[in-house]
Write a protein that binds this ligand. Structure first.
Ligand code: HEC
Length: 176
């Protein structure tokens, strides 16, 4: 799945359905491997359901906007997380990063990552993203049960040098 991920990162990282053909081709070619790994993926999927929709998802620092064609992403995290990023420290346990995903200026979904002590040990090592877990929510805050977070984790693994966060530099550059 990594190749498909890398390709999508070049285009629309949060727009998988537009590259469905690539994903389907990859799924077919790795179906045997998938049978062997399904137990560990189930463990990751169960772990990811611990990410809760925040009471106020857009509280805290609005530290970045990312625009790609008709997609606009608004990114939020806590002021404590920004301070840690600026100090070059790991983002603190308890950090939530919220990405609001708009299509043609209409809220399409939220993708959220949360870091808590002990989250990582619930995830098999090959899928682990430090102590971060991942979940997708509909605009009304309902979890999207058809997304188990395994794709999120495999793509964000590429950012292990940046605490698994693609936009860590944007946090460092942000000032209140
Ligand atoms: C194909 C790669 C890819 C996949 C799959 C992916 N992301 Fe991301 N994610 C990115 C990139 C790249 C960014 C930086 C913003 C941008 O360029 O759109 C990002 C940004 C984020 C951010 C803001 C913090 C950061 O890392 O910059 C959150 C939160 C996030 N993603 C959550 C998720 C969740 C939850 C899922 C699964 C539902 C997911 N992502 C799936 C590539 C991916």
């Amino acid at each position: 799945m990594k190749e498909a991920c890398a390709m999508q990162a070049l285009f629309k990282p949060h727009c998988s359905f537009r590259l469905g053909a690539v994903v389907i081709a990859t799924v077919l070619s790795v179906s045997t491997v998938q049978a062997e790994t399904s137990a560990s993926e189930n463990a990751s999927a169960a772990a990811n359901t611990q990410v809760q929709f925040p009471a106020n998802p857009t509280a805290g620092a609005h530290y970045a906007t990312v625009t790609r064609g008709s997609t606009r992403e608004e990114l939020y995290t806590s002021h404590e997380a920004i301070a840690a990023a600026r100090a070059g420290e790991p983002l603190p346990n308890g950090t939530t990063i919220v990405l609001e995903d708009f299509r043609d200026d209409t809220l399409f979904r939220y993708v959220i990552m949360e870091k808590q002590a002990g989250f990582g040990e619930q995830v098999p090592e090959h899928q682990r993203t430090g102590d971060w877990l991942f979940r997708e929510f509909a605009p009304d805050g309902t979890p999207n049960a058809s997304v188990d977070g395994s794709r999120c984790m495999s793509c964000h693994q590429s950012q292990s040098a940046n605490d698994f966060v693609f936009t860590l530099d944007r946090m460092k550059a942000y000032s209140d």
